[in-house]
Design a protein around this ligand. Structure first.
Ligand code: ATP
Ligand code: MG
Length: 296
């Protein structure tokens, strides 16, 4: 089996590409795939980071494709740590991370994709969304009062609003993919028990206290609602051109490994190469070399 095939086999169980019957329960948050433990992952993680850095350089040099990575999850599922780890070897000039919080007045005065459209990665770059327009069918659905704050005309607030949002998102992602933006979406799937453990350690350990937010505990009370809207959102917005990956997130090292492998696979699918030079450019370089050699 080639390396490419091994990666494909490793990530395939977590990929959702089509609308339909996907169920969150079909993926165990504690899954560690074919691995037996953390020790096995160490070399793989390091190797993955090196390869990623190499491919990112080509992406940048080629300046054709843009890559958009979207991260969604319940609190404490490890979005920040995963982003930090996976991008740790990458040239900061070729990578932009945006975190989307609750929208402010200017953002609420626009359509729901507006603020994210402004943050899309340029060609040659990797853009990361830490939360995204997907909040518009998640938190906004769990808390209807947020929708009321969006000043939408009554005509736009019918019973089909969520169906319409899914459709708009699918169309937008199709549009982006037709314009050279490669999209991969991650739902870090943590269990309710593991979230509790992580919250408790944020409370107990001094150096983790800053991560604790009272609001997170309030959202936890809506756990089942969130699982339901996540499942529905994934069902309706998973497409071949913008697949979701539902990544087991109870073991941080495993989450990082899967996300790294998906990003790796995505970049590899672009067959990136450094740009080749045409005849006149080669002559130009040769002339420059001669001029430099001829200097005193
Ligand atoms: P961390 O807690 O690790 O800093 P985070 O992503 O949870 O990361 P917070 O500042 O805690 O960051 O939370 C951001 C909040 O903003 C989330 O509760 C999220 O649901 C909310 N949010 C993001 N986008 C929207 C939106 N479009 N409408 C309403 N709320 C949103
Ligand atoms: Mg938070």
């Amino acid at each position: 089996m080639s390396r490419r095939e091994r990666i494909e086999k490793f990530i395939a169980p977590y990929r959702v590409v089509g609308e339909g019957r996907f169920r969150l329960k079909s993926i165990d948050p504690a899954d560690i795939g074919p691995l037996t433990g953390k020790e096995q992952a160490k070399d793989l993680l390091e190797e993955g980071i090196e390869k990623l850095a190499e491919m990112q350089e080509k992406l940048y040099a080629q300046n054709k494709w843009a890559v958009l990575l979207i991260f969604q999850a319940m609190d404490a599922a490890g979005k920040d740590g995963t982003i930090k780890h996976v991008m740790s070897g990458v040239n900061p000039q070729g990578c932009q991370v945006y975190s989307f919080k609750a929208p402010g007045p200017e953002e609420l005065d626009h359509d729901f994709l507006w603020r994210c459209a402004r943050c899309l990665p340029e060609r040659g770059r990797i853009g990361i969304f830490n939360r995204s327009y997907y909040e518009e069918t998640l938190v906004v659905r769990v808390h209807p009062e947020l929708l009321a704050r969006q000043h939408l005309p009554d005509e736009c607030l019918g019973k089909d609003i969520w169906k319409h949002r899914y459709e708009d998102i699918r169309n937008w992602e199709k549009y982006l993919s037709r314009n050279g933006v490669l999209i991969r979406k991650f739902f870090l799937h943590v269990s309710k028990d593991e979230q509790k453990r992580r919250f408790l350690s944020r409370l107990k350990e001094k150096e983790k206290n800053w991560k604790f937010s009272h609001a997170d505990v309030a959202e936890r009370a809506h756990w089942d609602d969130y699982q339901r809207v996540y499942e529905e959102t994934i069902r309706h917005t998973a497409t071949p051109y913008a697949p979701w990956y539902v990544v087991p997130a109870d073991k941080k090292w495993f989450t990082r490994l899967v996300v790294g492998a998906v990003v790796h696979d995505a970049l590899e699918s672009l067959n990136l190469e450094f740009p080749t030079l045409d005849e006149s450019k080669i002559k130009e370089l040769e002339a420059a070399e001669r001029a430099l050699q001829a200097e005193e």
